[in-house]
Design a protein around this ligand. Structure first.
Ligand SMILES: C[S@@+](CC[C@H](N)C(=O)[O-])C[C@H]1O[C@@H](n2cnc3c(N)ncnc32)[C@H](O)[C@@H]1O
Length: 345
């Protein structure tokens, strides 16, 4: 089931198989039953040949240090800036008009809605976005010395990596009211973010935090964030820790606040390519570099967020066929994208 309308992205459909190599990518590709069965068979075989619990320990216990090594090796060169963010998540765009392409009507519409909501709420001195709430001003809720305590709009990215999401958001919005928090459990990743030329302490604050740890404290108080961004991060957690991690994050959201989520989907090409012996448990793997990855169904994503009391605004499977035209190779990508909102009181 698909919920939530999908804007802008996803408009090139493959209707004639003979034309598959005419473009680099095709959107919303239907899978045949055969293909689905084949994927099921591959993943069942992987699970049957899963590694022993003893061998798993190395990856589970040292998960953050494998990511440290990853960033030591790749620096900030591995992930590309997430420029699709603003077509998939127009909620992220705040008030600046200058940087948007004028013909992007969907984004413009979202911005107008934002500004209208903001105006309506300003008169009541309440939290501004995405919906008004009856709490006292967020400025009063935050400790004065916490970076971002004077901002009226606060986002946090979890698992920020080298900053391929936060820097595009900072560049595109330019909203002086917006403050961005960014956390990652890899110290090396956080150091990369802090040493980036666009890291501006008046607009953002990066810190080390492990979302699967129930002992650690977030630096900001409950109900202080408007948006939490989770892009390819939940998949790095053990399935059994996902619910508690999301519950901790939900406490930080203001009523009306949103979680914007995108992650690996079940039977993505990356899953089907795992060799025997890389599987820890069903749909959960370790890559060659020791980092961990889970592949979600829509229902699993729905379950983890709605169990934490959030309301579903979008939950879609993005199936894309990427094509290497030179080598005539077809790559079937699957991602789950979702938006969940904390109910207003
Ligand atoms: C696939 S990378 C994605 C990075 C970034 N979100 C992006 O899209 O470019 C996953 C990131 O999540 C971080 N991560 C994994 N598990 C985490 C946890 N339990 N707490 C905080 N960060 C975590 C990793 O260190 C890594 O930087």
């Amino acid at each position: 089931m698909q919920s939530g309308k999908r804007p802008v992205f996803g408009n090139r459909h493959l209707t004639d198989d003979s034309k598959v190599f005419q473009h680099n990518a095709w959107d919303n590709v239907e899978w045949t039953e055969d293909q689905e069965n084949q994927a099921h068979k591959i993943t069942s075989d992987q699970t049957e040949n899963a590694m022993t619990e003893e061998s798993q320990q190395k990856y589970l216990e040292n998960a953050a240090s494998f990511w440290d090594k990853f960033y030591e090796k790749h620096d900030n060169k591995f992930f590309k800036d997430r420029h699709w963010l603003f077509t998939e998540f127009p909620e992220l765009i705040a008030t600046d008009k200058k940087t948007l392409s004028p013909d992007d009507s969907e984004i413009e519409l979202q911005k107008q809605t934002y500004e209208k909501t903001k105006k309506e709420n300003e008169s009541e001195d309440t939290v501004l976005f995405p919906v008004k709430c009856d709490h006292e001003s967020p400025n009063k809720l935050l400790q004065a010395d916490l970076p971002g305590s004077n901002s009226s709009l606060r986002y946090m990215e979890i698992g920020c990596g080298a900053g391929n999401t936060i820097f595009p958001v900072l560049n595109v919005t330019q909203d002086p009211n917006l403050f961005l928090y960014a956390c990652d459990y890899s110290q090396t990743a956080v150091d990369l973010v802090k040493s980036h030329k666009n890291y501006d302490t008046s607009r953002c604050y990066a810190f080390v935090h492990d979302i699967s740890s129930t002992d650690q404290q977030f630096p900001m108080p409950e109900e202080s964030l408007d948006i939490v961004i989770m892009i390819f991060v939940l998949s790095a957690l053990e399935f059994k820790n996902m619910h508690s991690a999301i519950q901790r994050i939900v406490k930080l959201l203001k009523p009306g606040g949103m979680i914007l989520f995108r992650d690996y989907g079940r039977y993505d090409m990356a899953q089907l390519r795992f060799k025997s012996g890389r599987c820890l448990s069903q749909n959960f793997y370790t890559r060659g570099d020791g980092t961990l990855v889970y592949f979600f169904t829509q229902e699993e994503v729905r379950d983890v967020f709605t169990a934490a009391g959030l309301v579903e605004k979008q939950n879609i499977v993005d199936r894309r066929l990427q094509v290497n035209r030179a080598r005539q190779i077809k790559m079937y990508r699957v991602w789950v994208q979702a938006k969940y909102q904390k109910p207003t009181l």
